[in-house]
Design a protein around this ligand. Structure first.
Ligand code: GLN
Length: 473
């Protein structure tokens, strides 16, 4: 754990002039150089930019200026977050050579907080996948067992944190892409409330579901990251006009009503279910009132998600036409050039999603698929609302199993899609949810306990997550 497991401790040391940001970043870069050949967490390491940013932090400290709450903390960014002048590929050939002319709002906010961006992490192409094997560049391996996938689509960010290359990273979560890799790699992963974090500069996959959030070694760091990146942004029309939630991490779980959600426990592997029940016991031991609840509508979520997300993707990805971004393959006329570019530039999963989504939206099928998916979404939101009349939080598994082997599911899209069955409900509802490492499965690999909360209840979510984190030690 070369760069230290906690961003809070690093920032405190830099601010107190006990450590130089320049040394912290050198350590992170050395760890990446030594270890990332095998893991493949990074697609791009921005060594020179990182060194310059660290120097600037050290100068601020020396001059007595406030370097910010993340002073000198090395951060890795999923490669679907726009970084000015730095490659941003979404792990797709179609964005080969593209360098965004602007920073995503979260990137601007991280820089302003003193964070040092060390590079861009690997992912499933356009965030479509659950194993990072859909990267057009290379797969990422799980640092806990290199024969296993790190999960996806933010697999590179999860691996970078789990390997100790960086204490914190950002990912995006459309159907579980922060929480699922966090669970597989043994890190904390937070998907904030839809609209709590600006999506400006996040390359769009399914705009009504996408949220940016942190992958971290500790719950406290997830809270700090949320405070830094969250809050209103006029550049994102879906951004909620409120300040970032201020979590009270020491609030504990006393008196909290927690619903152990049957649909998120029954049906998952026995070793995972055992840890989730142990997590429920840990919350009860901390004073929570735990009861079993059932929300049958959650059983519909995966089907609805795999109509709605591809539908939105088919529209969002229409912009990659060979003119505006990256790759171009010439053809006899514009239409032929479009087809040639998209044929060469997109991988098989992206093409599958575009076709599924186009079908779900097409005249004659719209009502049966897209509209039906939207109706399910409304029913799911209502079902959550009913459940939250009786409980403050829900608890369940993050994933149906621990990390699977590379190659095991790549040729079976349905098996791959099933990895998301516990995570998609929160995206459909726009609610926050967090995965906290809680013990291991029979194979010795990490298990994630997932806590879910109503919109904007991140403080409650993080306080309970901190209880689980303490109990898991
Ligand atoms: N694995 C899901 C999918 O493939 C979720 C991806 C995500 O959250 N970006 O769509």
């Amino acid at each position: 754990m070369t760069s230290g497991r906690s961003a809070a401790a690093l920032a405190a040391a830099v601010r107190a002039q006990e450590r130089r940001a320049a040394d912290v970043v050198e350590e992170a870069l050395a760890a990446i150089t030594a270890g990332d050949g095998e893991l493949g967490a990074f697609l791009h390491v921005a060594a020179e930019e990182a060194r310059a940013a660290a120097e600037a932090v050290d100068r601020a400290v020396a001059d007595g200026r406030d370097p910010g709450p993340l002073a000198g903390v090395p951060v890795a960014l999923k490669d679907n977050l726009c970084t000015r002048g730095m490659p941003t590929t979404c792990a797709s050939r179609i964005l080969d050579g593209w360098r965004p002319p602007y920073d995503a709002t979260v990137v601007t906010r991280l820089r302003a907080a003193g964070a040092v961006i060390v590079g861009k992490t690997n992912m499933d192409e356009f965030a479509m996948g659950s194993s990072t094997e859909n990267s057009a560049i290379r797969p990422t391996r799980n640092p806990r067992d290199s024969s296993r996938v790190p999960g996806g689509s933010s697999g590179g960010s999860a691996a970078a944190v789990a390997a100790g290359f960086v204490p914190v990273a950002l990912g995006s979560d459309t159907g579980g892409s922060i929480r699922q890799p966090a669970a597989f790699c043994g890190t904390v992963g937070l998907k904030p409330t839809y609209g709590a974090v600006s999506r400006y500069g996040l390359v769009a996959f399914a705009s009504s579901l996408d949220q940016i959030g942190p992958l971290t070694a500790t719950v406290a760091d997830a809270a700090t990251m949320l405070e830094v990146i969250g809050g209103h942004d006029p550049a994102d029309s879906t951004s909620i006009d409120r300040p970032a939630p201020r979590p009270a991490l020491d609030a504990g779980a006393d008196g909290l009503r927690v619903g152990l959600c049957r649909e998120l426990v029954d049906g998952v592997a026995a070793d995972v279910a055992r840890q989730v029940r142990a997590a429920a016991d840990a919350l009860a031991a901390a004073g929570a009132r735990v009861e079993e609840v059932s929300i049958p509508e959650l059983g519909w979520c995966l089907s609805a998600y795999y109509l709605l997300a591809p539908a939105e993707a088919s529209s969002n990805l229409a912009r990659y036409d060979g003119v505006r971004y990256g790759l171009r393959k010439d053809g006899d006329d514009v239409a032929a050039m479009n087809v040639a570019t998209r044929t060469a530039g997109f991988g098989p999963e992206v093409k599958r999603r575009i076709m599924l989504g186009t079908y779900a939206l097409s005249a004659g099928y719209y009502d049966a698929y897209y509209a039906q998916g939207q109706k399910v979404r409304t029913r799911v939101i209502e079902a959550f609302d009913r459940a939250y009349r009786g409980v403050d939080l829900l608890l369940g598994a993050t994933t149906p199993s621990t990390a699977f082997r590379l190659g095991e599911r790549v040729d079976d899209p349905l098996a791959m899609y099933l990895s998301d069955v516990c995570t998609v409900p929160s995206n459909l509802a726009g609610h926050p949810a967090i995965s906290v490492p809680f013990g291991t499965g029979d194979d010795g690999l990490p298990v994630g306990a997932q806590l879910l909360a109503p919109a904007l209840e991140e403080p409650r979510l993080l306080a309970a997550a901190a209880v689980l984190e303490a109990a898991a030690r």
